[in-house]
Design a protein around this ligand. Structure first.
Ligand SMILES: Nc1ncnc2c1ncn2[C@@H]1O[C@H](COP(=O)(O)OP(=O)(O)OP(=O)(O)O)[C@@H](O)[C@H]1O
Ligand SMILES: [Mg+2]
Length: 255
């Protein structure tokens, strides 16, 4: 339903061993909304995204909900079944698992029942065409030998097929050429209708010309330090991040 809160997190802190990387993030995303998260290298954006999805390598404090349900203690798999989707900044290769088999298993898991072969073929054919991916990719092993841009397209293809409730896209635009950026953006817009919420991590304003955000959040040193409308992304492009750095914070975060 439009305007329904699809995702929320409240005072989320993320730790790797004893190091606090994310230092209290509160965010609410409603159905039909697109949010952009922008911030310097090493500020903790990917850590936040992975932790929200339930990555076992992090200790997480705070509350995370999906469609009002607390998912904070759930495995990534359970979160995915409930409609959370994460597209990785660096998708990994899975030799031995074909794209088609992987997708069929993922869709079946999301639906809670096997997708019939004919329906699957039809969905896949449409999605491959929409994202301009050659059909020959179906039989290839997942991300194995794929170029950077091909991996990113495949991530969006997964999102199209899984129809998430809330999608986290981590730098889906990095490594895409100009034509691919348009194709991928169209794919994102096609899926992100009135029912889904989107959080797009990006370094560049460019993708936001195609995927228009309702809200832009600036992330520095583990925190959202400023939120605003789309104009904020333009301002960042012109001015960089320094002017928003909290007193005493190390820009770049890696100190
Ligand atoms: N498993 C880990 N062990 C040690 N340090 C980690 C781990 N995961 C993340 N970090 C550190 O946390 C900080 C934030 O990393 P993260 O990848 O979240 O940044 P980012 O904002 O996504 O940066 P970029 O824009 O370069 O993608 C970095 O200093 C990184 O080295
Ligand atoms: Mg990152």
């Amino acid at each position: 339903m439009k305007n329904e809160v699809v995702f929320s997190c409240e005072d989320v802190h993320v730790f790797v061993e004893d190091k606090e990387i994310v230092k209290g993030v509160t965010l609410e995303v409603r159905a039909g909304e697109k949010h952009a998260l922008m911030g310097p290298n090493g500020s903790g954006k990917s850590t936040l995204a992975a932790a929200l999805m339930g990555h076992p390598g992090y200790r997480v404090e705070g509350r995370i909900t999906l469609l009002g349900e607390d998912v904070s203690e759930m495995s990534p798999d359970e979160r995915a079944r409930r409609g959370m989707f994460l597209s990785f900044q660096y998708p990994v290769a899975v030799p031995g698992v074909s794209v088609a088999n992987f997708l069929r298993a993922a869709i079946s898991a999301r639906r809670g029942e096997e997708i019939p072969v004919r329906e699957f073929r039809k969905l896949l054919t449409e999605a491959f065409a929409a994202l301009d991916i050659p059909r020959s990719f179906m039989g290839r092993y997942l991300n194995d030998g794929f170029s950077g841009g091909e991996k990113k397209r495949l991530e969006i293809l997964q999102m199209m097929l899984l129809e998430p409730v809330f999608a986290l896209l981590d730098e889906t635009d990095s490594g895409l050429d100009i034509d691919a950026l348009k194709v991928v953006s169209e794919g994102i817009n096609r899926v992100a209708g009135d029912h889904m919420g989107l959080l797009l991590v990006t370094h560049y304003q460019r993708i936001l010309n195609y995927v228009r955000p309702d809200r832009v959040h600036v992330f520095m040193d583990g925190r959202i330090v400023r939120s605003g409308g789309p104009e904020l992304a333009h301002e960042l492009e012109e001015r960089g991040y320094d002017w928003l750095a909290p007193e005493g914070a190390a820009v770049g975060g890696a100190a």
